[in-house]
Write a protein that binds this ligand. Structure first.
Ligand code: C2O
Ligand code: CU
Ligand code: CU
Length: 491
């Protein structure tokens, strides 16, 4: 296969990574018709093994060779495989023990994104696993059914390690979710969809860069992989599908829609099920965020999940938004869906899903402000500071509910993530959040000139030696300093 064939598959704007970021906008997509006949890879599902009443998982961080494109050997890294990792599945009430064995030739960490676990088990940049070592965190699963994930959180190396493959999904289940009439057969009607954009060199190797362009816009790719598959097709074996979508990209914000603009329903956000299905025809998903959606695929359907141009308002952030989303061109095909079944129209959707407590700002014991800023030559900042491993930025009392206010004083969007909690969005620029942002979340997009207030309860302990992180989930912004640390201590 020739280089131009590689580029023909799902080309996205933003591929000209070597160009200065401010010229990027003129360098749009590589033309071409993608084929979209590669069967979508479905990662292995691990339920672990039960030992001493605990659910035990064995994970190995390893290097390998992936064949993303026929005939091209791409060096990559993964967990128990060459690229990405298995889907781990656990239940509410389980005590989970995970052996993380590092067989790479560099240090790494594994962080359980979205899991409410103590700082000691969180896998942040302090919990380094050196080559040859094994780290064995243990924690109780005590949160609702949800689609979580895990990924490298290595100090200054998160962007590159995740880019090369160190990430996977972590499913949590519970009785409430199981009692609902929702698709739940893994790989059959309950489908993992990990979105990642990548750039490949002429020889098929992954290209990662961290120059000025990437420090500003983040590392953007020109090929969108789904579970590591470029040009992916899924032949649905059931009429109703549940897609568990993770934006596992370093920096790209997706604006997802189907090519025929059909309606679908979002049923879950980062932290679990919404109170009811939300009908929509497009969905914005920033790095780190998850959304579970239901979509019906009829026997005659042949439809594309796409990354579509954004409709942007005016404002100084508009050009930057375009840069980070490739909004001027497109749509870019991601995943082709057709049917391999003859099922009649699906049943009605459940009217309601779960009972969510109201997000009441009056529960808050206080409010903290986080001002997000960027400087061309110097990097990314929160409240004027860049992340330092030996500095605790905030101290929270265990059991407290607080309002955290993110004010974006920069021209780029920032998906802000908090460890150790699942929060509720209170407002965006004073207005209540959209319906699909009213459930539990751990990552929230803050647009230029926007102020987003969230309500978070902090129950998990994190001491000075093992603090929690809060940061932008644009991984180049994170590595570039837009991160801070906080402890949660006994009252
Ligand atoms: Cu998804 Cu601090 O991480
Ligand atoms: Cu996290
Ligand atoms: Cu950012």
């Amino acid at each position: 296969m020739k280089r131009r064939d590689i580029l023909r598959v799902a080309a996205v704007g933003g591929g000209a990574a070597a160009l200065p970021w401010f010229f990027w906008r003129g360098q749009q997509a590589f033309a071409g018709v993608p084929e979209f006949t590669r069967p979508l890879a479905i990662p292995p599902l691990l339920d672990g093994t039960i030992k001493d009443g605990k659910r035990v998982f064995d994970l190995r961080l390893q290097a390998g060779i992936s064949e993303f494109f026929k005939g091209y050997q791409t060096p990559s890294i993964g967990i128990n495989g060459a690229y990405l990792g298995p889907v781990l599945r656990a239940r509410r009430g389980d005590t989970v023990r995970i052996h993380v064995n590092n067989r790479l030739d560099e240090s790494s960490t594994l962080h359980w994104h979205g899991l409410r676990v103590p700082g000691l088990a969180d896998g942040g940049p302090h919990q380094v696993v050196r080559p040859g070592q094994t780290w064995t965190p243990e924690f109780l699963i005590d949160q609702p059914a949800s689609t979580q994930w895990y990924h490298s959180h290595a100090w200054h190396r998160t962007g590159e390690q995740v880019y090369r493959g160190l990430a996977g999904l972590f499913y949590l289940n519970d009785d409430t979710a199981e009692a609902l009439d929702l698709p739940h057969e893994y790989g059959v009607d309950d489908i993992p969809v990990v979105l990642q954009d990548r750039v490949f060199n002429d020889d098929g190797s992954l290209r990662y860069r961290s120059g000025m362009h990437q420090r500003m816009a983040g590392m953007l790719g020109n090929v969108i992989l789904v579970n590591g598959t470029p040009g992916a097709q899924l032949k649905a074996r059931r009429r109703r599908l549940r897609l568990r979508i993770l934006n596992g990209s370093n920096a790209r914000i997706y604006h997802l829609a189907f090519s025929d603009r059909r309606r679908f329903h979002q049923i879950a956000s980062d932290g679990g099920l919404l109170s009811q299905p939300v009908a929509m025809s497009s969905l914005r998903l920033a790095p780190g965020e998850r959304a579970e959606v239901l979509v019906d695929i009829a026997p005659s359907d042949d439809v594309m999940l796409e990354h579509t141009p954004l409709e942007l308002g005016s404002g100084r952030g508009m050009m930057m938004m375009r840069m980070s989303t490739g909004a001027d061109a497109g749509p870019y095909p991601i995943l082709r869906l057709s049917a391999k079944h003859q099922e009649a129209p699906a049943r009605a959707l459940p009217r309601s899903l779960v009972a969510l407590p109201s997000a009441n700002a009056e529960q808050a014991s206080g409010e903290r402000e986080f001002v997000l800023a960027m400087q061309m030559m110097r990097g990314t900042f929160i409240n004027g500071r860049q992340m330092a491993l030996n500095r605790i930025d905030h101290r929270v009392r265990q059991g407290d509910t607080e309002i955290w206010r993110f004010r974006n004083d920069s021209p780029m969007p920032h998906p802000m993530h908090i460890h150790g909690t699942q929060f509720r969005v209170l407002s965006r620029n004073g207005a209540p959040p959209e319906e699909n942002e009213r459930g539990y979340k751990d990552t929230v997009l803050v647009l230029p000139d926007e102020t987003v207030r969230v309500l978070a309860r902090f129950d998990q302990l994190a001491d000075q030696g093992h603090p929690f992180m809060f940061h932008c989930h644009n991984l180049e912004h994170e590595d570039g300093g837009m991160m801070g640390q906080f402890t949660v201590e006994r009252a």
